[in-house]
Design a protein around this ligand. Structure first.
Ligand SMILES: Cc1cc2nc3c(=O)[nH]c(=O)nc-3n(C[C@H](O)[C@H](O)[C@H](O)COP(=O)(O)OP(=O)(O)OC[C@H]3O[C@@H](n4cnc5c(N)ncnc54)[C@H](O)[C@@H]3O)c2cc1C
Length: 324
């Protein structure tokens, strides 16, 4: 498989698109297949946020230094290639949840503090955050791949390919033994004059300014039902989140849904099948924007040189689950 020529990449969501751009840059030949008519596309629903800080204790995300250094190089380079803007670094503010949490965090400030945090009286500012307009990135990439005659707008039903199928990966018999843990998510796009347009607000959800008084509000998490339908329950939950972020007057523009291709150990699946001529680039969960560029680069390097994908992301950690 390592010498397949050209590779077939299945799926032009964020994962397949980012991998394809790395193959192009490295001179690895491929064609990319995509079938949005028959398959879900989580990337179209994504908030697109990248944020190096996570959890109540304001910790750095896994591999934050490596991931964020690389994504700040990669997306601007891709903007130039595609002649389009979709990378928007932007301050992100996390207010303290309440007085108790504020006192708790400030008492531990010495242990918690790292380079991505700037402390304020009401919360913390997160450095190196922002958002990617994923829909634009995918649209421009689609046109670009098409102009190079690399795009097949069709379902792929074979088995010799690199599969970037998102949620559908777990239905593929080649990969169904892997510990996927998909999570349905919904968000809404709104118009409002109330929130600030200067920063992303992150408080039990996010409020992301898109410009011209338009915002994305997200997101819900569900593990029970995996249709591609929006629900009134999610609309109600998002409306409550929005109110808790101080916005009550708004007009709903659109409600979106997608299924995050998450995994039980919260790490991606990257690499070749141990038994068949196939590969996988999947499992990016709720962090596709920040994880996929770094691991596309690592895998491309592994294919071309003797380097290896990080062991916590490499599919090799699950080789014992595959059998003939
Ligand atoms: C509500 C919501 C909010 C989110 N917010 C963020 C966020 O703020 N930041 C962030 O980083 N991530 C976010 N995510 C997660 C993000 O969407 C995912 O990490 C990422 O988009 C996954 O991309 P993917 O390419 O793996 O999957 P997908 O986007 O689902 O793409 C899979 C593609 O494969 C195609 N396909 C599948 N099987 C076949 C086949 N057999 N033949 C042809 N084509 C096929 C499908 O048509 C689709 O285009 C969010 C997700 C949701 C649902």
């Amino acid at each position: 498989m390592k010498n397949a020529n050209p590779f077939i990449i299945v799926g032009q969501g964020l994962a397949g698109t980012i991998l394809a751009h790395h193959f192009l840059e490295a001179g690895i030949s491929f064609e990319i297949w995509d079938s949005p008519q028959t398959h879900f596309n989580s990337s179209q629903a994504a908030g697109g946020i990248f944020n190096p800080v996570t959890g109540r204790k304001l910790e750095q995300t896994w591999l934050a230094d490596e991931l964020f250094t690389y994504l700040f190089e990669f997306y601007p380079r891709l903007e130039k290639t595609l002649g389009s803007r979709f990378f928007f670094p932007m301050p992100l503010f996390r207010p303290f949840a309440n007085e108790e949490m504020k006192d708790w965090l400030i008492a531990r400030k010495g242990d918690i503090h790292h380079d991505y945090l700037r402390w304020d009286s009401d919360g913390v500012w997160v450095e190196k955050a922002g958002w990617v307009d994923v829909a634009t990135l995918l649209l421009m990439s689609r046109a670009y791949f098409s102009s190079l005659d690399l795009l097949k707008e069709s379902e792929y039903t074979g088995s010799q390919a690199i599969f970037c199928e998102g949620f559908h990966g777990q239905q593929n018999p080649l990969w169904s033994c892997l510990p996927f843990l998909p999570a349905k998510g919904e968000l809404m796009e709104i118009a409002s004059n109330e929130p600030s347009e200067e920063f992303i607000l992150n408080k039990n959800g996010f409020l992301l300014p898109l410009g011209s008084h338009q915002f994305k509000v997200g997101a819900t998490y569900g593990w029970q039902e995996f249709t591609n339908e929006t629900t009134p329950e999610a609309l109600e939950e998002l409306t409550k989140k929005l109110a808790s972020m101080g916005c009550t007057e708004f007009e709903l523009v659109v409600q979106k849904t997608g299924i995050r291709p998450a995994t039980q150990d919260r790490r991606p699946f990257v690499g070749f099948h141990p038994l068949f001529e196939a590969g996988i680039f999947n499992g990016f969960g709720s962090k596709g924007v920040s994880l996929s560029p770094y691991f596309a680069k690592q895998w491309t390097d592994e294919i071309l040189t003797n380097s290896s994908v990080h062991p916590e992301a490499s599919i090799r950690r699950f080789y014992h689950l595959f059998s003939v």
